[in-house]
Design a protein around this ligand. Sequence first.
Ligand code: AMP
Ligand code: ZN
Length: 113
Amino acid sequence: MNDCLFCKIINGEIPSKKIYEDETVYVFEDIAPAAPIHYLLIPKEHISGASEITAENSAVIAHIFEVIAKLAKDLDLKDGFRVVTNCGPDAGQTVFHLHYHLIAGRKLDIKMA
Ligand code: AMP
Ligand code: ZN
């Protein structure tokens, strides 16, 4: 996708603070962190949001959750963490390349909406 901010981050056109990378997943710091740890996990393949996950592309989603578990161990997040994905304007999605927020490092509000 030519005009996608996160595709540009993956290919290095726009700088980011990389936390982790492998063949299918890229992880970097959110530019406006909501907590001491706030990372974004994205598939390298452009998927516009959670509504576009299919049987053909869902293997990367399982892998993203494996990476989340690995990061949680590496970062010793034994007090907990939160994983969030926003899909569509009502949910506040602002970048239309699927991403999972990994948020941790403080006590988080129990708020669903
Ligand atoms: P969402 O609102 O769920 O679509 O999340 C988009 C996230 O991307 C927000 O938390 C932004 O702070 C973050 N973001 C936007 N631009 C950048 C950037 N250039 N580098 C890192 N994070 C960004
Ligand atoms: Zn993209």
